[in-house]
Design a protein around this ligand. Structure first.
Ligand SMILES: CC(C)(COP(=O)(O)OP(=O)(O)OC[C@H]1O[C@@H](n2cnc3c(N)ncnc32)[C@H](O)[C@@H]1OP(=O)(O)O)[C@@H](O)C(=O)NCCC(=O)NCCS
Length: 332
């Protein structure tokens, strides 16, 4: 192969220590462990505690671990892209803060916002920089502190989300490895069903917006569920067809972890058994941009060079998409 491709040469995750269990949520809202597990698959989520702790803290921990693991000098990193809906602040970019925290002084950095599809969007963007030959080392981070925008009196959303971060290193290869193809989509008509009403330029923060709880994530769960099931399954089937892949050719489906039922519907549509589906929703819940890198991190030791992976996500916007990649290294 003469053409350059971007391959993932390392993966690292970070989750905070505090575990918010279903039992503890039972004390906050009218819910129960049985309902949460059967409707979502979630048993607990991690929560970042402490003053002045934003998404960058988790992203930086993941990136530090990644640099150590890959033996790459922070000064050799060309670019850091961070996918997040919970930036430390509107500006500077969280990627900027992460670059500073890890000592990536020669890197530039920016954030992208595509909610739960953010990591896929960022991976595709990072991959393009590698493919042109202009960048040699690009870090893609997904980091979200969802607990900062979750209303812990709203049982429809507080059971779903958790905090975490994951980061991958992208480097060029001319081998038949790395990111092969992507299909990314968005549809702004989905905004009313999953969004944060205030805090942006349209409705800046006021006492009224705070009193009306408009700075929390709002979701019309059953509508989002229907769109998610259809679109995540469709786009995963589409990327397989486009690349001539059958169910048996796919080593792993790496799905966004929003709801076990959405994941199962996607796997069924792709003709993939549950033993080939990466799953960690039970311990982390929905960490938005972090779910996919956290899955890759959890399953890294089971991945072999050349494995065909299909990554798939659906999220607020609406945004959705899938990426087909060939894993580039054996367990170390
Ligand atoms: C949120 C979600 C788990 C809710 O499950 P659902 O099966 O759609 O449930 P519904 O919202 O229809 O609610 C069903 C009933 O359970 C109740 N309920 C909602 N949350 C509850 C909770 N935490 N505990 C107990 N009961 C609850 C509702 O009030 C409703 O009761 P009613 O029938 O008396 O009105 C599900 O809609 C979902 O996963 N949505 C998509 C999430 C997603 O993919 N997001 C996109 C990416 S971020």
């Amino acid at each position: 192969m003469d053409k350059l491709r971007a391959m993932i040469t390392g993966i690292q995750g970070y989750v905070p220590e505090y575990r918010l269990t279903n039992k503890e949520l039972e004390e906050l809202v009218e819910t129960n462990d049985e309902w949460i597990v059967s409707r979502t698959g979630i048993k607990e989520r991690r929560i970042l505690k402490g003053e002045d702790q934003g998404s960058s803290v988790m992203g930086a921990e993941a990136v530090k671990g990644l640099l150590e693991k890959t033996g790459i000098d922070p000064l050799d990193v060309d670019l850091i892209i961070c996918a997040t809906v919970t930036p430390d602040m509107p500006f500077p970019a969280t990627a900027n803060i992460i670059a500073d925290l890890v000592g990536a002084k020669n890197s530039y950095s920016f954030d992208i916002g595509a909610a739960c599809s953010g990591f896929l969007y960022a991976l595709q963007i990072g991959s393009q920089f590698i493919q042109t030959g202009s960048h040699k080392k690009v870090i893609v981070v997904g980091a979200d502190k969802m607990s900062s925008i979750v209303d812990y009196t709203d049982r429809a959303t507080c059971i779903l989300f958790g905090d975490g971060a994951g980061a991958v290193m992208l480097e060029p290869t001319t081998e038949d490895l790395g990111i092969v193809d992507s299909i990314l989509k968005s549809d702004g008509t989905g905004a009313p069903y999953l969004h944060m009403k205030a805090g942006g330029s349209r409705r800046p923060a006021t006492h009224e917006t705070v009193d009306a709880k408009e700075h929390f994530a709002f979701q019309e769960g059953s509508t989002v569920f229907k769109f998610a099931v259809t679109n995540m399954a469709d786009v995963s089937a589409e990327i397989m067809e486009k690349n001539g892949l059958k169910g048996e050719d796919v080593a792993w489906l790496v799905p966004h972890q929003a709801n076990l039922r959405i994941i199962n519907a996607t796997a069924n549509r792709m003709g993939i058994g549950s033993d080939k589906v990466m799953m960690n929703i039970e311990k982390y819940g929905n960490t938005t941009a972090a779910t996919i890198p956290l899955c890759l991190w959890d399953y890294e030791n089971q991945l072999k060079k050349g494995d065909n992976l299909v990554l798939a996500a659906f999220g607020g916007g609406f945004t959705w998409g899938s990426i087909y990649l060939k894993w580039a290294y054996d367990p170390k």
